[in-house]
Design a protein around this ligand. Structure first.
Ligand SMILES: Cc1cc2nc3c(=O)[nH]c(=O)nc-3n(C[C@H](O)[C@H](O)[C@H](O)COP(=O)(O)OP(=O)(O)OC[C@H]3O[C@@H](n4cnc5c(N)ncnc54)[C@H](O)[C@@H]3O)c2cc1C
Length: 386
């Protein structure tokens, strides 16, 4: 179904093999112990996963967004945390590729491509993540530096990130507020502390943190693209890839839930027959398969649209909304099919069930996606059928 060239098919097949050999069996133990998957991350680096969206001239693989989505899906099928660990990183790499100055690209992209440094993005604040224009983190210009003050919340990979793309206000007096916002490329240093790790329902093994900026000085040249005031538009554009990534994570988890259910329904018997032969369970499986396939089609349609150029917030929003809702629903259905074993920590289904809600919330909640979709439908005069 996905139109990938031979090299990209090979990349996806290699990652699939890595997931089958190394991730599927290890994931639950690492997840329950909330252990950072150091060895698996090292293997992902070696496979080039951190450089998927980095252009070849900077040492990356420079694959299509469909290939990036397919790799994300494979990783999430094994363990969603692994797909999360390369998600924000890839968005930052893509922001640098598209908007970075020559010096910014040279400084970061080669090391992002190998995973030598890992990147994350910091948008959300303690008072909220949906209304970004109300954010309070301010970077005040001071000579040839900015002085950053504020707190960011729910920042994934914060402890291990060598680069944080921070969305903040460089001119809080401007109206509308988005015109006074910038993305600053901040490296760990004085004035920046990871203030705490946040306990989570799922998505374990990879840290999600609160970070504090206290008179943190960064050079003026750290503004993405070299000029202040473009950060909101840059980040919204970067989030299109981020939403496709979250949608692909959702199809990966949904696929794992479906595949576990299909296998279980054939091996578990009740009333003398495999449970899939009971019409209720068979119907569950049929509905799961249809919804999963529909979700994947939206993901790859959005990926194609992104690569074709132009805005794809409608397509990315539709993919993210539908795939994440389907994921959550399929994980619940998987628990029903597994019944008591779906509630057991000895089966992976309970992990899928705990991981699923993140995709509904992250990278812009589904309520926000609906607003974006509605606005785009009106602006574009409906769905783009031609
Ligand atoms: C595990 C995890 C990892 C994360 N990683 C990162 C990260 O690396 N970097 C980062 O910046 N953020 C990250 N986030 C934050 C995530 O992106 C935000 O949680 C999300 O954007 C929602 O923000 P909020 O939780 O503050 O909800 P709020 O903005 O407080 O929203 C609360 C509720 O109100 C609804 N709502 C708000 N405004 C509207 C509206 N206009 N119309 C309709 N409904 C509305 C929301 O949909 C939601 O249901 C992470 C979150 C989690 C849970």
């Amino acid at each position: 179904m996905v139109a990938l060239d031979e090299v990209e098919r090979e990349i996806v097949a290699t990652v699939r093999q890595f997931v089958d050999r190394h991730v599927v069996r290890a994931a639950s133990e690492l997840e329950h112990a909330d252990t950072y998957p150091e060895a698996l991350i090292e293997q992902m680096k070696a496979l080039g996963v951190y450089g998927l969206v980095v252009p070849e001239e900077y040492g990356g693989l420079g694959v299509s967004t469909s290939c990036f989505a397919a790799v994300t899906e494979e990783l999430a099928r094994g363990w969603m945390s692994l797909a999360g660990a390369m998600g924000g990183h890839s968005v930052v790499a893509s922001l640098l590729t598209r908007f970075g100055t020559g010096a910014q690209r040279d400084r970061y992209l080669p090391r992002l491509a190998t995973g030598e440094i890992r990147a994350t993005m910091a948008l959300t604040e303690p008072d909220g993540g949906s209304d970004l224009q109300a954010m309070r983190t301010v970077a005040r210009p001071d000579g040839d530096e900015y002085v950053v003050n504020g707190t960011k919340m729910w920042i994934t990979n914060a402890r291990r990130a060598g680069l944080i793309a921070v969305l903040c206000k460089t001119d809080p007096s401007v109206e509308p507020a988005h015109r006074g916002m910038s993305v600053l490329l901040v490296e760990p240093g004085p004035g920046l502390t990871v203030s705490r790790d946040l306990p989570k329902l799922g998505y374990k093994g990879v840290e999600t943190c609160e970070i504090a900026f206290e008179s943190c000085r960064v050079p003026a040249s750290a503004a993405l693209g070299g000029a202040a005031g473009n950060g909101f538009a840059q980040m919204m554009s970067g989030l299109e890839l981020g939403r496709i990534q979250v949608a692909a994570r959702a199809t990966g988890v949904a696929r794992a839930a479906f595949e576990a259910s299909l296998a279980y329904a054939q091996s578990r018997e009740a009333f003398g027959v495999p449970i899939w032969m009971h019409q209720s369970i068979g119907n569950y499986l049929a509905d799961m398969a249809v919804k999963l396939e529909a979700a994947r089609m939206l993901v790859f349609a959005a990926a194609d649209r992104l690569d074709a150029g132009g805005r794809c917030d409608l397509e990315a929003g539709m993919a993210k909304l539908y795939a994440s809702e389907v994921c959550w629903e399929l994980c619940q259905t998987a628990v029903r099919i597994h019944a008591s074993n779906g509630y057991s920590a000895e089966y992976p289904v309970e992990r899928f069930y705990r991981d699923a809600p993140l995709m509904v919330v992250g990278e812009g909640t589904n309520e926000i996606q609906r607003s974006i979709i509605a606005r785009q439908l009106v602006e574009r005069g409906g769905l783009p059928y031609t």
